[in-house]
Write a protein of this length. Structure first.
Length: 238
């Protein structure tokens, strides 16, 4: 990675952070409440390392095989006091063990079967807990992964018994839209789904919302996002 590319990356990162701060300001939120998860599926190890050196603390990948190939080449990823590794793609039960060995947070738990397998594998690997988000298909699109919204509450009440899962909150993927404003109702709906639990001491682990990508993260932040998953906006022009 040459100096010119690094300069472009640093500029893009600065602009994304400024946009996060501006969105927070509009709704009187503290920008420190929002975690930027840099989605690195389109870039190689050198760019990932440069992001970490520029201060990015959360790296997201959506393909296990890509992570297996790239992660060993990124020294900064292995300092768990500074960097968290997020798995944000669809997760099959037969890949759980490998994902737990590479990642710190899973954003895509969408069935009780998968949750139970994560819990079982975590016990085998002697992990205290696994940080996880429940993926909900708020839009109802058949092409989208995620738990149907109508099944969320029943799922969650059963999933609470899994002692090795530390539920962080909810995650959703909004449809790609020309106008980000058009997906605002979906982000609002996800926030509303979590809010009935927020006053219950046993369910405070649903405080986080993983929603919003490069094309709509500002609207997501205005609707309460705590984790935004951004790739394209970080790598434009590189």
């Amino acid at each position: 990675m040459d100096g010119a590319q690094r300069e472009i990356l640093a500029g893009n990162l600065k602009r994304v952070r400024e946009r996060i701060a501006a969105a927070c300001l509009r709704v009187k939120r503290d920008p420190r409440e929002v975690t930027l998860v840099a989605v690195t599926k389109s870039v190689g190890p050198e760019v990932m390392q440069a992001l970490i050196e520029l201060g990015v603390t959360d790296i997201g990948e959506n393909r296990l095989q890509a992570a297996k190939e790239k992660f060993p080449q990124v020294p900064g990823l292995w300092d768990r006091t500074r960097v968290k590794r997020h798995f944000i793609g669809h997760l099959q039960t037969n890949k759980v063990k490998s994902v737990l060995e590479l990642f710190d947070v899973i954003h895509s738990v969408d069935s009780l079967k998968l949750a139970e397998e994560i819990d079982r594998r975590a016990r085998q690997l002697e992990l205290p807990t696994v940080a996880a988000f429940i993926e909900v298909n708020v839009s109802g699109e058949e092409s989208k992964q995620g738990l149907p919204a109508a099944e969320f509450r029943a799922f969650f009440m059963q999933a609470l018994r899994l002692t090795h899962l530390e539920w962080q909150g909810l995650m959703t993927m909004a449809p790609l839209a020309e106008e980000a404003e058009s997906v605002r109702p979906l982000f609002r709906r996800l926030r509303e789904m979590a809010s009935p639990f927020s006053g219950d001491e046993a369910l405070l682990r649903l405080a986080s919302l993983s929603m919003g990508m490069s094309n709509d993260f500002e609207v997501a932040i205005e609707e309460g996002a705590t984790h935004v998953r951004i790739g394209t906006a970080l790598f434009e022009g590189m």
